[in-house]
Write a protein that binds this ligand. Structure first.
Ligand SMILES: [Fe+2]
Ligand SMILES: [Fe+2]
Length: 195
C-alpha cells in the first residue's frame, strides 16, 4: 500500500474512517497469515545453508504471527472479525509461496519477500492514520511499531539481495523512506488533522 497515494479526504468522517480501518485490518490479518506461511517454507528452504540466516527468517515469521494476533484483538475491539473467504484465499497464497520458497532458488524468495515487506510498511502507516481519524488513538502506537517492524523486515531482505549479481540486470524495488519518517510524517498528519 502506498501511503503517498492514499486519499484520506473521505475519512474525515469518523464512521467512514472506522469502516475503512476494519477493512484494512481484515486484509492485514489475512496477509500476515500468507506472510507467515511463506516464511515457514522460506526458513526451511533447501537453498539456505547459513543457520543464522535461517534463524533470522524464523524471527520474522514470529513477528508476523504476533502482528496477526494483535490485529485479531484490534478487530474485536472494533466489533468486527476476520473475513473467512479472505483468510482461506491468503492462506493458500502463503502456502503456495512456501512450497516455492522451499524448493525455489535462494534469490527469488529473498527478493519477493523484500518487495512484499516494502508494501506492508505503508499499510500500517495508513492504518495508524485511519485509527486517528476514527477516534481510536489507543491503536496508533502499536500500528506505528508494526510499520517500523515491517521496515526492519524490508531492510533485512534488501541487504540480503542488494549486492547479488542478478540486481545488475533486475533492479531492486523502490527503497522506502527512512525509518524515522514513519513517526515524523505521522506527527505532521496528526497536526494537520487538528487544524
Ligand atoms: Fe507483519
Ligand atoms: Fe513483515
Amino acid at each position: 500500500m502506498n501511503l503517498q497515494k492514499y486519499d484520506f479526504t473521505p475519512y474525515r468522517d469518523s464512521k467512514r474512517a472506522a469502516a475503512a480501518l476494519v477493512t484494512l485490518l481484515q486484509n492485514a490479518h489475512a496477509g500476515e497469515k500468507a506472510a507467515a506461511n511463506a516464511y515457514w517454507g522460506h526458513a526451511r528452504s533447501l537453498f539456505i545453508w547459513n543457520k543464522e540466516e535461517r534463524k533470522q527468517i524464523i524471527n520474522i515469521y514470529e513477528d508476523e504471527l504476533h502482528h496477526r494476533r494483535r490485529l485479531f484483538d484490534f478487530l474485536q475491539s472494533l466489533d468486527s472479525k476476520p473475513r473467512l473467504i479472505r483468510e482461506i484465499g491468503m492462506w493458500c497464497v502463503g502456502a503456495s509461496i512456501a512450497i516455492f520458497s522451499l524448493i525455489g532458488t535462494w534469490f527469488i524468495p529473498m527478493y519477493g519477500a523484500g518487495q512484499l515487506e516494502s508494501t506492508n510498511i505503508g499499510e500500517y502507516e495508513v492504518a495508524a492514520r485511519l485509527a486517528l481519524l476514527a477516534g481510536r488513538e489507543d491503536l496508533i502506537e502499536e500500528l506505528l511499531v508494526f510499520a517500523e517492524v515491517e521496515w526492519d523486515h524490508e531492510d533485512f531482505f534488501r541487504k540480503k539481495v542488494e549486492n547479488h549479481w542478478i540486481t545488475r540486470y533486475y533492479p531492486l524495488w523502490t527503497k522506502p523512506a527512512p525509518r524515522d519518517s514513519i513517526r515524523s510524517l505521522f506527527k505532521t498528519f496528526q497536526a494537520d488533522t487538528k487544524q
